[in-house]
Design a protein around this ligand. Structure first.
Ligand code: ACK
Length: 969
């Protein structure tokens, strides 16, 4: 028998043993075939004297041996490849005396997969061969009796994947063998932790080259950084770790596990490897803190990293000083004593009296009118300039310091410092928009607008002028209380520079930029058709003019004082500049729209209320520009405002302002309660007296005279474009179609209008338009006169359609053939005569608006002799006839008139300024009133609205005492 040396073995950690004959207690009792004379179970003692089971066979002398030995069923336990380690001794045939060729030195190893753990019989042919096993070079010496034998160890492996278990078989073919031990095992990659991920014990794959992919799971208190993966190789080794996990915040990696940060420490960002001590002014009370909490009174802003110390809001700014300069103030302060441990300090300025919409433009903030430079909040520097404050007003400014942790933690007054100051009385802002009107050889008329910020009552204006060549070395000064000046005594054909400044109780404002203008070489002033025709009229009437009443002289003199030429907004490159030159931008929040009253060419027309700061609320009409508009439409729409904004007359619709900086774009005008004149008259057919109708016509003529004096041609004068207010005052509106008079009219407007009456300039209202304007677009104040005649006819016929239902072509033809509209029913002859004068084919024979106005005034003054005749039975007065006597003035004075409208307090002011007759009051404009010191807007409105009305109703009383032929129509 054998004694086995040193058989004690320790299994490697990546091998799972399925069978080890050396650990089987008792006999193995494997199935041998043949049962006798083949394999034999033999017990031997190992080196520790522990009995072990072996199988032996040694039939070397007999031929054709096939001795099978089969193990019991071995469960594969999930293994896919098993390893069989056989320790055996094998006798060298040569060492056996007397053996023949039958002796073998190998045996065969087989396997058979099966689910059956108790197979009685397995056919030998069902076994699959694993290998033929021979003794090899490496062996251990075994002491067998008195001889030394070699103990071989051979390992074979095979894939077992189809059944739950398998049997092994050893076939001896005639060798002398002792199977000392058989161990069956498979290989695993043992449980491991790599990159904070746990990989479980994993069976190797079925093939020798297979890699099993295994997903790891993060260890406690950690989370995946990138999916952890590793491969289990066939030899039970882990290969290629990928991805891994990181410890949760508040934990750090120690010895492959995540351990909580201790008290007073934190780990707040995953890129930090280890826990760190809490930053200053913070603490952690529990283990595992991700973030240390701030100590009481200390804070962290949302953007502060947790590693940053906790900080505090700043204390108040110090040493606030203010320096007032008129209506500006410079505020300066020093940084707070305590910055709270931060560097992101900023300041804001609070101003209790500064209201209104806020905007940031360039490097300044605007709140209402007040400007903060560089801004009102978020100031980095310790200085701010606040300007455009109200003069003479007490303001309190508070400077507030804040930093990143002020939000919600500010201790209020603790962070701010205040100063109260009073602004000075300020000089007026510079005069802008000076315009030159009448230029002669020796003089020029200048006019200008009031400064944007008068900062008080303007006492006078100073005009400085000097020859351009002489620079300012010798200049002359002229003072005036009004916003116009006639400069005389200039040298002909010389370029002069003119500057204007305003004076209030606070002193002079700055001079305007210089306006450059040359005097004429031409001895006669020529300003548009209206002026020349007036001069013509004056020269024709020669001595007659001397007979004009003081009123007429007054009107003419005022007219010359105010020559001002209308500026075509289309000559501006930037249409917005034009609109802002002539129209005030209104904050949309000051407007309350109440209802839609109509549809205009560009969108809805609404009525509503407007309350401007410091002014009483007024009713307004609001024209808005529809939502989807082109640039061209916006420009056309706003051009109406640019035109309207240049006018200031009681019979021209007044522009309140525009809204262009937000949508919808709007034009705000005064509200006219009775809407358009044509509809109004149709609604009240037959309800008015002739004198009331003439009163309306007078208003329209007065407005048109004003426009023609400004060289403005309306082009669409018609009753539908006249608006009527609650006092029956008529005002010219709709400046959409109109264009400025061209310098050289012969060159312009030559487009011949064809059948459709559309031309590049727009539609032409045929029934209202003069023949020369229709034929070759010759639009002049005389073509407006033609239209005025048609308006007269519309008014006297209570809104009848001119030429009734005749076609446009027929109208043109009829006019060409000399046909004219007949007098409307009950129309006084003189009025129809005036219409016929307006419809003279030769335009120069038509009356100017000055003449029309004089004529109407004459009719109003002498209603008993002029208005009573209807039907053309008696001769009518000529337009050039001298204006009638002063009956009107004698019965009714300017003083009475002012008294009647509750404005008696202005009697002296107006008389001193030359407004002595009632009809001189009719020429008053807002501008006139402001310049003579009637500055209260409501009083100005009251005077404008009521004077015409009172005078007309007075005339009506006179008329009522007339004979019955003068019945209301
Ligand atoms: O005839 P109406 O009532 O008077 O209908 C038209 C409509 O808007 C479209 O133009 C009316 N409208 C225009 N401007 C004013 C205004 N300033 N005051 C009152 N109504 C106005 C016009």
């Amino acid at each position: 028998m054998f004694t086995v040396i040193s058989t004690a073995r320790v299994y490697p950690p990546n091998e799972e043993t399925l069978l080890d004959t050396r650990t089987v207690p008792g006999e193995l009792k494997w199935a041998a075939s043949p049962t006798e004379g083949g394999w034999e179970e033999v017990s031997i003692m190992d080196e520790k004297n522990v009995p072990i089971r072996t199988y032996q066979v040694c039939n070397v002398m007999e031929p054709s041996q096939s001795n099978w030995l089969r193990t019991d069923w071995i469960p594969r336990s999930g293994a896919q490849r098993i390893y069989v380690e056989i320790k055996f001794t094998l006798r060298d045939c040569n060492s056996l005396p007397g053996v023949t060729g039958t002796c073998k030195e190998t045996f065969n190893l087989y396997y058979y997969e099966s689910n059956n753990d108790r197979e009685h019989y397995i056919r030998e042919s069902n076994f699959l061969k694993i290998d033929t096993v021979a003794a090899d070079e490496s062996f251990t010496q075994v002491d067998i009796g008195d001889r030394i034998m070699k103990l071989n160890t051979e390992v074979r492996d095979v894939k077992v994947t189809t059944r739950k278990g398998f049997y092994l078989a050893f076939q001896d073919v005639g060798a002398c063998i002792a199977l000392v031990s058989v161990r069956v095992f498979y290989k695993t990659c043992p449980l491991t932790v790599r990159n904070l991920a746990t990989f479980p014990d994993t069976n190797t794959g079925a093939d020798t080259s297979s890699l099993v992919e295994v997903r790891g799971s993060c260890v406690n208190q950690s989370e995946e950084r990138e999916e952890p993966k590793m491969y289990c190789g066939a030899d039970g080794e882990w290969l290629v770790p990928i991805g891994g996990c990181v410890c949760n915040l508040g934990y750090e990696e120690r010895s492959g596990v995540c351990q909580a940060c201790t008290v007073g420490f934190n780990r707040a960002v995953s890129t930090d490897r280890a826990c760190s001590k809490c930053p200053p002014h913070s603490h952690s009370e529990k283990e595992g803190a991700a973030v240390c909490d701030c100590n009481p009174g200390y804070y962290r802003s949302e953007s502060d990293p947790a590693s940053m110390p906790c900080t505090q809001p700043p204390s108040a700014p110090q040493q606030l000083i203010s320096e007032v300069n008129e209506t500006s103030v410079v505020l300066e302060w020093s940084a707070p004593l305590r910055l709270g441990g931060r560097s992101d300090i900023s300041y804001s300025v609070d101003c209790l009296l500064c209201h209104g919409p806020e905007s940031q433009t360039g490097n300044r903030t605007q709140i209402g009118n007040v400007l903060f430079s560089p801004q009102q909040s978020g100031l980095r520097a310790t200085r701010v300039c606040v300007s455009e404050l109200q003069a003479h007003t007490r303001y309190t400014f508070t400077i507030l310091a804040r930093n990143g942790v002020s939000q919600g933690h500010s201790a209020g007054a603790g962070q701010s410092v205040s100063v109260t100051l009073t602004t000075n009385q300020a000089a007026p802002s510079p005069v802008t928009s000076i315009q030159a009107g009448d230029v002669t050889r020796h003089g020029v008329s200048l006019a200008w607008q009031q400064p944007d910020r008068p900062n008080g009552v303007i006492l006078e204006y100073e005009v400085k002028y000097y020859e351009k060549d002489q620079k300012e070395s010798s200049y002359r000064i002229m003072k005036t209380a009004s916003r116009s000046a006639d400069i005389t005594g200039l040298s002909p054909l010389t370029v002069y520079l003119y500057q204007v400044r305003a004076r209030t109780a606070a002193g002079y404002g700055e001079f305007s930029g210089p306006l450059e203008f040359s005097t004429n070489s031409d001895p006669l002033p020529l300003i548009g058709d209206a002026a020349s025709s007036t001069l013509l009229l004056l020269s024709i009437s020669g001595g007659v003019i001397l007979l004009l009443t003081s009123t007429a002289v007054f009107i003419i003199s005022r007219r010359y004082k105010h020559i001002w030429i209308y500026v075509d907004p289309f000559t501006y490159e930037d249409p917005d500049q034009a609109v802002h030159e002539f129209a005030k931008e209104i904050d949309a929040t000051y407007i309350h729209i109440e209802k839609v009253i109509g549809i205009g060419e560009f969108g809805e027309v609404c009525s509503g209320r407007l309350r401007l700061q410091g002014k009483r609320e007024i009713y307004v009409a609001i024209k808005s520009l529809k939502a989807a508009y082109s640039n061209k439409q916006r420009q056309d729409f706003l051009s109406e405002a640019s035109i309207m904004g240049q006018f200031d007359h009681p019979n021209i619709i007044r522009l309140e302002g525009v809204v262009t900086r937000c949508k919808p774009v709007m034009i705000i005008t005064e509200y006219m309660e009775n809407g358009s004149l044509d509809a109004f008259l149709r609604k009240h057919d037959g309800h008015f007296t002739v004198i009331q109708l003439v009163g309306m016509l007078r208003g329209i003529a007065s407005g048109m005279k004003y426009l023609s004096d400004m060289s403005y041609v309306h082009r669409d004068l018609a009753a539908r474009n006249i608006l009527v207010n609650s006092n029956l005052v008529c005002k010219v509106s709709d400046f959409g179609l109109s264009r400025v008079l061209q310098e050289d009219p012969e060159n312009a407007y030559t487009t011949r209008v064809t059948g459709t009456y559309h031309s590049p300039g727009g539609k032409i209202p045929i029934r209202w338009t003069s023949p020369e304007a229709i034929a070759y677009r010759k639009f002049t104040p005389s073509s407006d006169t033609w239209s005025y005649g048609v308006v007269m006819w519309e008014v006297m016929s209570y809104g009848e359609r001119p030429y009734w239902d005749m076609s446009n072509q027929d109208v043109i033809k009829a006019i060409d053939e000399g046909y004219r509209l007949p007098p409307p029913m009950d129309c006084p002859v003189c009025l129809h005569q005036l219409m016929l004068d307006c419809w003279q084919t030769e335009r120069t024979h038509r009356p100017s608006f000055t003449q029309i106005l004089n004529m109407l005034d004459k009719l109003i003054r002498n209603p008993t002799t002029t208005l009573r005749r209807t039907g053309g039975d008696r001769p009518v007065p000529s337009l050039l006839e001298p204006v009638g006597g002063p009956e009107f003035v004698s019965v009714w004075s300017a003083e009475d008139c002012l008294q009647a409208i509750g404005m008696g307090m202005y009697r002296d002011t107006l008389t001193t300024a030359g407004y002595t007759s009632p009809d001189s009051l009719l020429t008053l404009t807002h501008q006139d009133m402001t310049s003579i010191g009637i500055i209260t807007p409501s009083h100005q409105d009251q005077i404008l609205a009521s004077v015409q009305q009172v005078l007309l109703s007075h005339m009506q009383q006179i008329q009522e005492q007339m004979p019955d032929s003068m019945v209301p129509v």
